[in-house]
Ligand binder design. Sequence first.
Ligand code: PMV
Length: 325
Amino acid sequence: MKAAAKAHTNIALIKYWGKRDESLILPMNNSLSLTLDGFYTTTSVEFRDNLTADRFYLNDRLIEGVEYDRVTAFLDRIRTMAGKSDAFAEIHSTNYVPTAAGFASSASGFAALAAAAAKAIGLTVSEQKLSILTRQGSGSACRSIYGGFVEWEKGIKADGSDSYAVPIAPADHWDIRVAAVVLSSAEKKILSREGMKRTVHTSAFYPAWVDSIPDDLAALKDGIMKKDFEKVGGIAEANCLRMHATTLAANPPFSYWQSTTLLIIQAVQGLRESGIPVFFTIDAGPNVKVLYLPEHEETVRNELLNITGVHDVKVSKPGQGVSYI
Ligand code: PMV
C-alpha cells in the first residue's frame, strides 16, 4: 500500500480570490492558471498496519502542529472515501519550491499528496475526481492536476461535485516563460486564507471583482488559443491589479506589496515602453512573477536582477500535470 507522485505548482493568470464555502473550499469565481515546470513537490505515502497515527516528513523533517493537522485532516477525507478509517500512513514530501520564491508550495504539495494517497489506499479515481479531492486540501492545488493552461470551474452545487479543474491547452501548446522574482527580504504575510475571508466580507470592491471575471476569462481563453501574448499578458496583469485593489478596500485595509514589489512593476512597465512585451502578476505576497516570450529571456532577466532588493530570478516554462513515480 505504497505510492508516490510528483506535481508542479501553478501561477494564476486569473486569480482565485474568495471562497463561497470555507470548509469544502469552493470559490466565488472561476480561475485560470499555467502549470510551471520549475517548481514541484514529490510525495510518497505508505499505509502501514503498525501505525496508530499518520507521520508526516517534509524535506526529511518530522512535522507537527498546524501543517501536520492539515495533512491528516486531508487524509481523513481519503480514508472516508476508501472506507478505511483506521488506515494510517507515513508520508514523505520533498518540496522543490524555494519558499523564498513566493510560490505557495501548497499547490504542488496537495496535488502530489492527493494523487499518492489515493493510489496507496487503493482508490481508483478519474483526474476530475482527483481534482475535486485535491481542492479540499488547497484550492489552487486542484489546478495542478493538469499541465499547461488550466481552468478551475467554480461550480454551483453546495456539495462541490461540480467544482474542479479542466485542462484548456497542454504544456506544449505555447512556449511562454514565467520568471519568479525573489525579493531579498519578504515580510511575514497575511495568509491567502485570511486575506480572502476579510476581503469577501468587508471589501467594497469585492462585488466588482466577481463581476469582472466572466469577460476576463472569455478573452483570456481566446488569447491563449490564438497565442496572442499581448492579450494574455494584458488580461493577467489587469486581473492581478483588480485582485490586489480589493485588499485596499477591505476593513481593515491591507496590501501584500512591499517597496520592491513596486520597483519590479515599474521595471516591467519600462521594458514594455521600450517595446518588449512583458507583463507581471502577483499572488498573496510581495514577490512578482513576470511573463515574457523566450526571445526576450536575457533582457528581462538582466533588467530584473538589476533592481535593488531583488535577490534572485527563477525561470519556468509550462509544466506537466501530476504523475506517478
Ligand atoms: O489555494 P490558496 O489558498 O493557496 O490560494 C491561492 C490564492 C492566489 O494565489 C492569490 C490566487 C490563485 O488563484 O492561485
